[in-house]
Design a protein around this ligand. Structure first.
Ligand code: PMP
Length: 409
């Protein structure tokens, strides 16, 4: 399917914004949803809405089959060895907090180090800051190369026998760079540390294989991969998850409850306290079906092509600064930029008047903004439904922005 055919599956894209056809370039914040995903949720609520794992009635069985069926789809999608290793969470943030609060708290003490990079999202910084404060462990930052990439030489220097946890994003939501997490995992393991991967921006765009990466934990969100909001996944190796304590306690996750003590269900349910995110999981399952039908290889190739086209066209706009590597092969479909001294919020406002949706701000990456020596940037991000025409409109919009703010050039 070419992007024009793909677009027909996304009803929201067929609309005008401020009198212009919508050009949606904010998929790194959240992707749009195809009809198949919307309909899968609609069908659940209309036809078999019921709680899971409880009663024996027909609707309950149907809902349980759909919920656990979605888990199996996720398992296959990321090539986990077993469905017990797939825990449904609210998103990447909850998944990373679970690792920090459960594994981190139990395994870190004074003198230990947690290694993260300057490009991490706040969701992969703050949980580690908190657990470091609680345990006396130190947070160590992996430096970045001038173009914002990570060098394995730096990883080898930074990760030592003191390191207990390495936690790195596979694709940056700001720079778009694809990090060598498989090689970083190898270095972490050689030093006796575990490897956590923030896959929020990689899972939607490239084929993820957790066994090939050999990471110990992997986190991602459904809403960035054409699925609904409120659902995400924590993958963890079974031997690690089995030895971890839950962080939420209550219904659904227990085996036996006594007056003063209780025992937990087996994996994965011990980490899914309370009524689970049933509609979200079903929607995520439908999203995986949709992406697999198109093919992750196809999506990845399409985005590389768009990134190359965008880098070429945007770098021809005088006064526009692009952050991150200029080689499209090193990036996913994210281009972050500034135009002269125009504030990125003003850039986004002018573009919005043209019907073009981009993001402006610190992108939940304040340490990276500091590293780039800017307070904020604008960001255009592409997905399977974007076309070269969208990028042409963005470039036209940027030229207009420059004209509008010609006083600051
Ligand atoms: N990590 C990265 C790289 C992200 O881009 C995001 C979302 N912007 C997150 C983590 C957090 O994801 P969520 O808000 O879905 O929990």
């Amino acid at each position: 399917m070419n992007p024009y055919e793909i677009r027909k599956h996304f009803p929201i894209l067929d609309q005008e914004v401020n009198g212009n056809p919508l050009v949606y370039l904010d998929s790194a914040a959240t992707s749009q949803k195809p009809s198949a995903v919307i309909e899968s949720i609609d069908k659940y609520y209309r036809e078999y809405n019921s709680n899971v794992h409880r009663g024996v009635h027909t609707l309950g069985t149907k809902a349980t089959d759909a919920y656990e069926g979605a888990r199996e789809k996720v398992r296959k999608f990321i090539n986990a060895a077993s469905a017990e290793e797939v825990i449904f969470t609210r998103g990447t943030t909850t998944a990373l907090n679970t690792v920090a609060r459960s594994y981190g708290k139990a395994n870190l003490s004074e003198g230990d180090e947690i290694v993260i990079s300057y490009m991490e999202h706040h969701s992969n910084i703050i949980p580690w800051q908190q657990v470091a404060k609680e345990t006396g462990a130190s947070l160590v930052y992996l430096p970045l190369q001038q173009d914002g990439t990570i060098s394995l030489e730096d990883v080898r220097k930074t990760v030592t026998s003191r390191t207990k946890i390495v936690s790195i994003m596979q694709v940056s939501n700001v720079l778009g760079v694809i990090n060598p997490v498989k090689q970083i995992a190898q270095i972490a393991h050689d030093n006796g540390a575990i490897m956590v991967v923030d896959g929020a921006q990689s899972t939607p765009h490239l084929k993820v294989d957790v066994r090939s990466l050999d990471c110990d934990f992997f986190a991602f969100s459904g809403h960035k991969m054409v699925g609904p909001t409120g659902i995400g996944v924590l993958y963890g190796k079974k031997e690690l998850l089995e030895n971890m304590e839950p962080i939420e306690f209550g219904g659904e996750m227990i085996d036996f409850v006594g007056l003063y003590d209780s025992t937990w269900k087996e994996l994965p349910w011990k980490f899914e306290g309370g009524t689970p995110i049933i509609a979200g999981a079903i929607g995520l399952g439908a999203a995986i079906d949709f992406l697999e039908e198109i093919g992750l290889e196809h999506i990845e190739a399409h985005e590389h092509k768009l990134a190359a086209y965008a880098l070429e066209k945007m770098s021809a706009v005088e006064g526009l600064q692009i952050y991150g590597p200029m080689d499209a092969k090193q990036r996913a479909g994210v281009v972050t930029f500034n135009i002269g001294d125009v504030h990125p919020h003003d850039v986004a406002t002018v573009l919005d008047a043209e019907g073009i949706a981009v993001r402006a701000g610190h992108h939940c990456a304040q340490p990276l903004m500091k590293w780039l020596d800017v307070s904020a940037t604008a960001r255009a991000s592409f997905y399977l439904y974007n076309t070269e025409e969208d990028i042409d409109k963005l470039v036209e919009g940027l030229v207009k922005t420059k004209e509008y703010f010609s006083n600051v050039f």
